[in-house]
Ligand binder design. Structure first.
Ligand code: FES
Ligand SMILES: [Fe+2]
Length: 433
C-alpha cells in the first residue's frame, strides 16, 4: 500500500463520494497511521492534566504510545513511551506522578524530559556506552506545542507550525476557554470513554453532520424530546431549535470548513437571554464581574456548536466537552469525552455541567449512544458488496466563501464538511514526501 500511486489513493475520494475501502481496508488504515496521524498536529492532552512537575498522562498518537509530562522546568514534554533499552513501554499507568520513570523490565531510569539517568549494573557496558546518548533515552516526539492549554504534537519534523495548522480553529478554542471567568479551563473532572466497532472517520464526520440530528436523535430533539435540559439554566427541554416540522429543523444552522479538514457548525439560535437558574445566574455574575457585562454577554453567545480540528479533537460548545478520537484498528475506535471545568466559575455551576454529560454523552446516555449505534451499523453495512461507494453529495455546489470567518460556508444539514474532510484525507494520503 505504501507503494500505491498517489493518483490511485486520490481516486478513492471524488467530490461527491468515497470508496468504501476507505473505511474497511486494513492496509489503508496502516497508511493513514503514517500519512495522516504521522504528519498532522494531533491533540495529545490538556495542560491541566499535568499540573505539577512530574505529573504525566499517557496516550497514543495514532498507534504510537506517548507520554505527556511536565518536566522540572515547568514545560510540558511529549515523549515516545518506549524504553531506550529493549523497547518496553515505560509508563503503563494512564496518569499519575513520578519524579523519574523506571522501566519495569531491567530498571533503566529516565528523567521527565526523557534523558536516561541511570542503568542498573552499569559495569556490564563497554566504554562506548554513553548515558547521555539521546538514542538511549525516551525520545521527544518531533514537535510539541500548545495553544491555551491544549497540547498538540506532530510526529513529523516538517510541516506548518501549530498556529498555521489551527488557523481559524484557534478561535473555537478561544470561544470555549473565554467562558471561564479566570480565562482558563481544566479537563480534570474525569471522562467518559467508549470503544465502538467502526472506523475512526465515522466519528469525525458525525460531529459536523447536522443532517442526522433530527433522525438519529429524534427522541431528544423532536417536539416531545424534553427528557432533559442540554445546558445549565435552559428552561425547556432538549429542544435546541423551535421546530415547526422536522424538515425545518436546524435550518438556520450553517457549517464552515477551513484548513486541512477542519470545520465547525454555527451555534443555533439559542436564546441565551432566557437561560436562568440560581447556578447559571451566579456564574453569569462571576463572569461579568471579571470581564464586564457587555463582554460577558458576548461570551455567553458562543459562535460554535461543534467544531472539529481534523483529525482527532472536537469541541462541543452546547454542553461543553472535549472529544478525543483514537483509531485502534480499521474497524475499532476509542472516543474519550472530557467535561470542561471553567476555572473561576462557581463549583455548583461546574458540577452541574459535568453531571449533564452523564445524560448526553456517557456510555448510557440519550445522545451519544444513538451515534454509536449508527457507526456500528455503518461499519457493518460497508462490508456489503452492494456498492463500492458512499454518497456525500448533499448540497454539492452550494458552498459559498464566507469572508467573516475566512472559511467556506453551507447549510449544516448539507455534507460540505464531510466532503472537506475527505479532500483533506486524499491530500494527506496522496502525498508521498
Ligand atoms: S527494556 Fe526497559 S530496561 Fe530493558
Ligand atoms: Fe449525533
Amino acid at each position: 500500500m505504501d507503494g500505491t500511486a498517489p493518483s490511485q489513493l486520490r481516486a478513492l475520494v471524488t467530490p461527491e463520494r468515497v470508496h468504501r475501502s476507505v473505511y474497511t481496508d486494513p492496509a489503508l488504515f496502516e497508511l493513514e497511521m503514517a500519512r495522516i496521524w504521522g504528519r498532522a498536529w494531533i491533540y495529545v492532552g490538556h495542560e491541566s492534566q499535568v499540573k505539577s512537575p512530574g505529573d504525566f498522562f499517557s496516550t497514543r498518537i495514532g498507534r504510537q504510545p506517548v507520554v505527556m509530562v511536565r518536566h522540572s522546568d515547568g514545560s510540558v514534554r511529549v515523549l515516545y513511551n518506549r524504553c531506550g533499552h529493549r523497547g518496553a513501554m515505560v509508563v503503563a499507568e494512564e496518569s499519575g506522578h513520578a519524579d523519574a520513570f523506571t522501566c519495569c523490565y531491567h530498571g533503566w531510569r529516565y528523567d521527565t524530559d526523557g534523558r536516561l539517568l541511570s542503568v542498573p549494573l552499569p559495569d556490564g557496558y563497554g566504554d562506548g556506552f554513553d548515558l547521555s546518548d539521546p538514542a538511549l533515552g525516551m525520545v521527544p516526539v518531533a514537535r510539541a506545542a500548545s495553544y491555551r492549554g491544549f497540547v498538540f504534537a506532530s510526529l513529523a519534523a516538517d510541516g506548518p507550525d501549530l498556529k498555521a495548522f489551527l488557523g481559524h480553529m484557534a478561535t473555537s478554542l478561544d470561544d470555549l476557554v473565554d467562558r471561564a471567568p479566570d480565562g482558563a479551563i481544566a479537563l480534570d473532572a474525569g471522562m467518559h470513554r467508549y470503544v465502538y466497532r467502526g472506523n475512526w472517520k465515522l466519528q469525525v464526520e458525525n460531529v459536523l453532520d447536522s443532517y442526522h440530528v433530527p433522525f438519529s436523535h429524534a427522541s431528544t430533539v423532536n417536539r416531545k424530546g424534553e427528557q432533559f435540559s442540554r445546558r445549565e439554566g435552559d428552561r425547556t427541554g432538549a429542544k435546541v431549535v423551535a421546530q415547526k416540522k422536522t424538515s425545518d429543523a436546524w435550518k438556520g444552522r450553517r457549517s464552515y470548513v477551513t484548513g486541512p479538514g477542519h470545520g465547525w457548525t454555527s451555534n443555533t439560535a439559542l436564546d441565551d437571554g432566557k437561560r436562568s437558574s440560581p447556578s447559571f445566574d451566579a456564574y453569569r455574575k462571576t463572569l461579568a464581574d471579571k470581564v464586564g457585562a457587555a463582554r460577558a454577554d458576548e461570551i455567553l453567545t458562543p459562535q460554535y456548536h461543534n467544531s472539529m480540528i481534523y483529525p482527532n479533537i472536537s469541541i462541543m460548545g452546547l454542553n461543553m466537552h472535549v472529544r478525543v478520537i483514537k483509531p485502534l484498528a480499521v474497524d475499532l475506535t476509542e472516543v474519550t469525552i472530557y467535561p470542561v471545568r471553567l476555572l473561576g466559575a462557581p463549583d455548583e455551576f461546574n458540577s452541574r455541567n459535568i453531571r449533564l454529560l452523564n445524560v448526553t454523552h456517557s456510555a448510557a446516555s440519550f445522545v451519544q449512544t444513538d451515534d454509536l449505534e449508527a457507526f456500528r451499523r455503518a461499519q457493518e453495512g460497508l462490508q456489503s458488496q452492494q456498492s463500492d461507494w458512499v454518497d456525500i453529495s448533499r448540497g454539492l455546489g452550494e458552498e459559498r466563501p464566507d469572508t467573516k470567518y475566512n472559511a467556506v460556508g453551507e447549510l449544516a444539514t448539507h455534507e460540505m464538511a464531510v466532503r472537506a474532510q475527505y479532500q483533506a484525507w486524499a491530500e494527506y494520503m496522496g502525498r508521498t514526501g
